[in-house]
Design a protein around this ligand. Structure first.
Ligand code: 9D3
Length: 237
């Protein structure tokens, strides 16, 4: 899979992604990412990617032309068709089902804005999928773009080792109706730490009993911490 990232802060991406699972995926030849600096596509002498909003108000608005030219230039770098994704607070929330859908595509083109907004006309012309990473305010789309790269990278087949693949299967623990559950608690040595013991069942060697305990913990924790996950009939999309 190829991922292109359009941004005015291209230098943010390499250090964050190289050290993590995306770095492993790249080393394994399963993933590549390429940044395009939107500022390289400005035509004025001050390299202005933004301008004051029509109608007044605070903040600046990203101009149409540099972004449009950056997208067209970047798409021409590879023959695979790119799915255009704009990271924006107005988008649909990134969830694991959406990550799985995106992870199966040959090429993503991520657009990270760093302004109050982007001129609506270039959004209309690009017609991207609009994606948010949750209901909180960030200063730009760069960190959301990195979240998305990380989430799709770890689903490229071959990235996760044997242990992790098994963990991946059991990570997606579901209840009887197919709804995702939170994970159970984990413990490792020592058996006693600061007067705190490991639950006896985990030391018993009775694996069916351990499985039952973990299943019960997942359900209890999900009810207590994320009742919304159990609210519907189907998993949330
Ligand atoms: C305070 C500014 N807001 C006025 C109502 C609008 C606004 C514009 C740009 C808020 C945040 C941003 C920058 N954020 C993103 O580009 C962004 C984002 C986010 O802030 N939260 C969750 N997901 C995303 S994806 C991109």
């Amino acid at each position: 899979m190829r991922i292109d990232i359009l941004t005015i802060f291209p230098e943010m991406f390499e250090p964050a992604l190289a050290v993590s699972i995306p770095g492993r995926a790249r080393d394994a030849g399963l993933l590549s990412w390429h940044t395009t600096d939107i500022r390289d596509f400005t035509t004025d002498k001050h390299s202005k990617v933004d301008d004051r909003p029509f109608g007044g108000g605070p903040g600046m608005v990203m101009k149409c032309q540099p972004l449009w030219d950056a997208v067209r230039h970047t798409e021409a770098q590879d023959e695979r068709p790119a799915t255009r994704i704009l990271l924006t607070p107005q988008g649909r929330t990134l969830t694991q089902p959406l990550v799985e859908e995106l992870a199966s595509l040959p090429r993503l083109l991520l657009i990270a804005g760093h302004y109050e907004g982007i001129d609506e006309r270039v959004i209309e012309r690009l017609d991207p999928m609009e994606v948010s990473v949750g209901d909180y305010v960030l200063s730009g789309g760069e960190l959301p773009a990195m979240l998305l790269v990380d989430a799709v990278a770890r689903l490229q087949s071959g990235v996760l080792g044997h242990a992790d693949s098994a963990a991946e299967d059991s990570f997606s623990h579901k209840d009887e109706q197919g709804r995702p559950l939170l994970d159970c608690p984990h413990y490792t040595r020592p058996r006693e730490w600061e007067g705190m013991e490991v639950p006896e069942v985990l030391l018993s060697g009775d694996h069916p009993k351990v499985d039952d305990w973990r299943a019960e913990q997942r359900l209890t924790r999900t009810k207590a911490r994320r009742p919304d996950l159990l609210a519907g009939e189907k998993p949330q999309q």
